[in-house]
Design a binder for this molecule. Structure first.
Ligand code: FER
Length: 351
């Protein structure tokens, strides 16, 4: 499912075969092969091959809780980011200030404009805030300790995580706030955030954000998962990776993933088709706990999506498909489940 372009593949093949060519063939032959490779390099054709980072098939891996211990590893920092936004439905002239809490990995240097980082935006559940994950600016938290440990162990590349909120000063309807958050995300938050932090966006024009979509993820817990499915169906052109935890798609009504699973799945598949993208262009890592109240809504939706396998290809490895479902057996509708799903899902993202 993942792709690298043909020129990269040819470069790898030439590098791997370099010794044999020098031993067995004349210089002229070698020269000819390089010229041929250069010619092909100019074509932008892409062919599907295995991902650059290959993971074992792995529906679920247990989380070693020793990440919670105080130990001498490099740790990231937690900072507050403020931005201005407008009514996420109407636009209008009134601006509202909002904040996000940001995990910056160890070694992040704002003066180093060369190094680029993958970025995930992540939404809280009902009644909560970004502090549910990261406590506050400069604070220690289990989530930050988890990311520190995963990066220190080489389980994932250093990345930026931006914890956001759907709450607004202008609307009290949570569902509407979640379903429309993607407008605020794309119009206001990402341009402000990615002009400050060193993500893969070359610039924050729509084109700059779109062309870095494989280095951007959106996820969330509970109402944050509702937000994630809404972002998926509207913003595939800006974001390629999704991690909805413990929540279903509410496009057809609250908890409709549970009571209208087939229509919800079809709605999501239609959104993919209408966006012009195909099954090869996005990745969804969803998950919930075995004792999670949202399981009854998420799992029927997953089962229905599974049936639409020209769009959603259930897999244990993103080399084989675009859609994981991670079940944390003992988990409830809580932080522990979010940590288990993030621990399993984050390393498989970005390409
Ligand atoms: C679900 C999605 C969201 C769900 C619950 C929620 C029980 C959120 C509820 C809330 O925060 O009030 O599938 O299942």
């Amino acid at each position: 499912m993942k792709k690298i372009n043909l020129s990269a593949l040819i470069t790898i093949v030439l590098l791997l075969s370099g010794c044999a060519v020098n031993e067995n063939k004349t210089a002229t032959t070698t020269q000819t092969e390089i010229v041929t490779a250069n010619e092909i390099t100019t074509t932008e054709e892409e062919i599907p091959i295995l991902p650059e980072r290959i993971y074992p098939d792995n529906a679920y891996k247990e989380l070693d809780r020793s990440f919670l211990e105080e130990k001498e590893i490099d740790r990231g920092t937690v900072v507050k980011f403020t931005y201005e936004t407008k009514d996420n439905l109407g636009g209008g002239d009134t601006t509202y200030e909002k904040y996000a809490l940001v995990y910056l990995p160890a070694g992040y240097d704002e003066n180093d404009t060369e190094t680029r980082y993958n970025v995930m935006y992540f939404m809280h559940g009902g009644s909560d805030s970004p502090n549910w994950f990261l406590k506050g600016e400069g604070k220690k938290s289990q989530f930050a300790y988890l990311f520190d440990q995963m990066i220190a162990d080489g389980e994932m590349e250093p990345m930026i995580l931006c914890f956001v909120s759907y709450y607004t000063d202008y609307r009290s309807d949570d569902t509407q706030n979640c379903l429309n958050f993607h407008n605020e995300l794309i119009n206001d938050l990402i341009p402000a955030f990615e002009s400050k932090y060193h993500t893969y966006a070359e610039d924050v024009t729509p084109e700059g954000i779109k062309s870095s979509r494989l280095h951007r993820a959106f996820g969330g817990f509970s109402m944050g998962a509702v937000t994630t499915w809404a972002t998926f169906e509207n913003r595939l052109d800006y974001i390629a990776y999704y991690l909805p935890v413990s929540g279903d798609c509410w496009a057809l009504g609250g908890t409709a993933g549970g009571y209208r699973p087939d229509e919800t799945a079809l709605h999501l598949a239609e959104a993919v088709k209408n966006s012009g993208y195909t099954a090869e262009d996005f990745y969804i890592y969803t998950g919930c706990g075995g004792n999670d109240i949202a399981k009854a809504n998420l799992e029927p939706q997953v089962e229905a999506m599974k049936k639409l396998d020209d769009t959603f290809i259930l897999c244990d490895n993103f080399a084989d498909g675009n859609f994981y479902h991670c079940l944390y057996e003992g988990g409830g509708h809580d932080k522990n489940t979010v940590m288990h799903v993030m621990y399993n899902g984050l390393p498989k993202m970005f390409g």
